[in-house]
Design a protein around this ligand. Structure first.
Ligand SMILES: [Zn+2]
Length: 323
């Protein structure tokens, strides 16, 4: 159901509005003023958010070799204190930290941070799913309630069909019994084999990251749209509204450019299988945290209070079993 601008619900969520006696400053930083946003419906714009996708890192050139060329601004530390600052500006109450390095050490580090910071509600870590010791790793981590899922950086594998390898699928088949989600990180060209991959695990909960990175830079919808609609027919697949600005032109993307992509995932998955994610700090290549949150709030502004609640936090709480 695409959002209708005239469909502003009459029922207010008093508790949410009352939490914010001093609405945050809606003015945009100078650097992103060029990105034009439609007028916000202020009454509906302060629904508390869970950010279901961000990263944290101590930068070093060995572990983050993918930060090449135009990604050079990411080559510095992005740590908890900076995340807390940008979260506070955007009424984000809790987060899910996602792996970026593909090491056991990073998974341990993120879980340790989650133990010490209650707003870090969960971790999507990395384990060697194809390795002979995957069971031992999973059993060791399974005792930690903050581990909610695992992810492999599929889209950086040279083999576009990596997700169909038998050893990889053996690892994924172990996740269900440990109540772990699998986060799918792919480009849109991987969607046909992603559908095949998901069909091998009908009882496994999957979360599709970044709406499968469509070619927003080119304003291309097909065949991404058709493949997303097919994937969404699987009720065990959820989808994150994240990573979109960085798939558009970093310097000149517009909020309206995001609308047709949002409409497709809203219609395909529905609010009960959509969740919000920032993809911070990768996001900072294209936008500030605040700008992305405001863009997202505009995209959902035409939905009912209940639908907004689903996308803002309840879907993430359900899919990841957040406490
Ligand atoms: Zn990310």
């Amino acid at each position: 159901m695409p959002p209708a601008e005239s469909n502003v619900p009459e029922r207010r969520c008093e508790a949410d509005v009352a939490d914010y006696e001093q609405p945050c400053d809606l003015s945009l930083p100078e650097a992103v003023r060029r990105i034009r946003l439609p007028a916000l419906n202020r009454e509906w714009s302060y629904r508390v958010l869970i950010d279901a996708h961000h990263h944290l890192w101590h930068y070093n050139p060995r572990d983050y070799a993918w930060m090449t060329g135009s990604m050079a601004p990411l080559r510095r530390d992005f740590l908890i204190s900076e995340l807390q600052t940008v979260m506070r500006e955007s009424d984000v109450e809790g987060t899910v930290a996602v792996q970026a390095r593909q090491t056991i050490e990073e998974t341990e580090w993120l879980l340790d941070l989650a133990d010490r910071h209650s707003f870090l509600l969960g971790v999507v870590g990395w384990v060697p799913l194809r390795g002979p010791d995957v069971t031992a790793h999973l059993e060791r981590f399974a005792g930690n309630p903050r581990l909610k899922g695992v992810r492999h950086v599929l889209h950086d594998e040279s083999d576009d069909f990596y997700m169909l390898r038998d050893d990889f699928n053996r690892g994924v088949s172990l996740l269900k019994s440990l109540n772990l989600v699998y986060d799918i990180l792919v480009f849109e060209r991987h969607l046909p084999q992603t559908i095949e991959f998901v069909d091998r695990h009908p009882n496994q909960v999957f979360v599709l990251d970044h709406i499968a990175k469509p070619r927003i830079r080119e304003n291309a919808l097909s065949p991404w749209k058709e493949n997303i609609e097919e994937l969404a027919r699987r009720g065990n697949v959820y989808c994150k509204i994240s990573g979109m600005a960085t798939e558009a032109d970093w310097a000149s993307w517009t909020a309206s450019q995001m609308q047709p992509y949002f409409d497709v995932v809203l219609s395909a998955f529905g609010p009960a299988r959509l969740m919000f994610g920032s993809d911070w700090p990768v996001l900072t290549l294209a936008a500030t945290y605040k700008t992305w949150v405001e863009t997202f709030r505009n995209l959902i502004a035409g939905l009912s209070a209940g639908e907004q609640d689903e996308i803002c936090r309840r879907t993430a709480q359900r899919a990841y079993r957040l406490g």
